[in-house]
Design a protein. Sequence first.
Length: 300
Amino acid sequence: MLSVIIPVYCVEETLDRCVESVAGQTFTDLEIILVDDGSPDHCPQMCDAWAQRDARISVIHKANGGLSDARNAGIDAATGDFITFADSDDYLTPDSYQSAFEAGADADIVEFSFFRFYGGPKQQMIHLPPHTYTDAADYWLQGKAYEHCYAWNKIFRRSLFDGVRFPKGLVFEDVWTLPPLLHKARRIVTTDKGLYYYCANPQGITATAKGEQLEMLVNAHLKAMQEWMDDRYYMHVLNIQMDVCRLTGKAPVLPFRRVNPLGSGLEPKQRLKAAMLRLVGIDHICTLNKTIHKWKHSHS
């Protein structure tokens, strides 16, 4: 059985769409756990109404504790052999779970493709090619999993969460949580079947994150970097570190790495930035980035 955990908070306009997309999956061996995270609107009543309509749906009503706390409450209540998550302002195509199980027989984690920021100006289709990984480092670095750590487009074997929970009080919780799950996984599968629609939300943390929140994201990556590192990953985190320095005025905490601008896998913009990094160092490249942004703002 698959346990689907859906945290709910102030999503009256999108909750029905989300639950309908989960309840209508072609894979029917589901338990659907709606976690009302102390929502002050009509969501608690909407959750209860869904539980009355579908025997597979149960509801947890709890005091507000944030996304991580709500997911953890769902994990604690889950009884399925596998766990997945859905955000209550998103939805899936009807074949997503069935296709994932078919592609990932005996896998500990199956990840399927998704539409990022769907409905917004930056919407982007992330097409994951079919692939099997038996080494977490290969999945993280070669598969660039660090770019899509999301919990909602993955099915996890429930036993992976033994001793692992989402960190309460931290944002970008998926980046903190995926690495310890990968340490336990023996087989990770990506598939191009199924599709999750991660809908654009101008009020979400991705759109509204300030320097302090992005600082948490850098720290999550720094922890992962203690084990997994290559030039492409470093350049990915450098971009975030530059934003943190610009927004907070703090010095970079990302250690300097001498990246080869002609190395394989780097995009043209990364090559230029890598060359500048070698020339002036990380402190100066962060200062230069701040100066450029300030100049652009003053001339806009």
